[in-house]
Design a protein. Structure first.
Length: 183
C-alpha cells in the first residue's frame, strides 16, 4: 500500500522506515526538476546527495509536510550552490587539438640532428648494441613513434622504451668518458 504524504501520514509514520520511501517518492521528481533547471552539472547525483542528507534528519523536521518540503528544498538549494561553487573553482579542461597548435619550436632531437654531422651520428650509433641501435635509428632518424618502432621490431612498446632509455644512457656515459679522456 502506498501513501501520499499528508500531515496525517507524516505524524502517523514519523518513526517508521517506510517514511523515507514516501518522502523520496513525493519529492524526488520535483527536486530533480529544480536541480536540472538551476543548471547543476549532474542533477541526478546531486538529488541523491540531497536525500542522503535529508534521511538522518527526518525525525527533527518540524512544521508537518510544509516544513518537510521547505527542509528538502533548502537542502537541494544548498547542494545546487555547492555545485556551482565547485565548478567555478575547477579549471576548465580543454582537449588538445594538434591542428590548432601553431608553435614553431623544434624538438631536442631536431636540434641535435642539425648540429651533428652524419659521420658523428654513425660513430654514436656504433656504441650501443644492435637492438638499442635499431631503436635509436627508428626513433630518431626515421621519426617513428614508440608504437610504430615496436611494430617494426616485433616488440612491445614498453620494451622499445626501455631499449631507447638504455641506449641513451650508454651514449651519455660514452660522451662523458670522451670528454675527460680526450685532451
Amino acid at each position: 500500500m502506498t501513501y501520499a504524504l499528508t500531515d496525517d501520514v507524516w505524524h502517523a509514520r514519523a518513526l517508521e522506515p517506510e517514511l523515507f520511501s514516501i518522502v523520496y517518492r513525493s519529492y524526488a521528481s520535483q527536486v530533480l526538476g529544480y536541480l536540472t533547471a538551476r543548471g547543476v552539472e549532474d542533477p541526478e547525483a546531486v538529488m541523491q546527495e540531497v536525500f542522503l542528507a535529508v534521511l538522518p534528519r527526518l525525525q527533527t523536521v518540524t512544521g508537518g509536510v510544509a516544513g518537510l518540503r521547505t527542509f528538502v528544498f533548502s537542502v537541494a538549494h544548498a547542494r545546487m550552490v555547492d555545485d556551482h561553487r565547485r565548478r567555478r573553482r575547477t579549471p576548465v579542461v580543454l582537449p588538445f587539438e594538434p591542428d590548432l597548435d601553431v608553435r614553431e619550436e623544434s624538438s631536442a632531437e631536431d636540434e641535435v640532428m642539425e648540429r651533428v654531422s652524419p659521420e658523428e651520428v654513425q660513430g654514436l650509433l656504433s656504441v650501443p648494441p644492435d637492438d638499442q641501435r635499431e631503436v635509436l635509428t627508428l626513433r630518431l632518424i626515421a621519426g617513428l613513434t614508440i608504437e610504430q618502432a615496436a611494430e617494426v621490431m616485433g616488440k612491445r612498446g614498453g620494451a622499445v622504451k626501455q631499449l631507447q632509455r638504455r641506449a641513451l644512457i650508454r651514449l651519455r656515459e660514452q660522451s662523458a668518458v670522451k670528454k675527460y679522456v680526450m685532451p
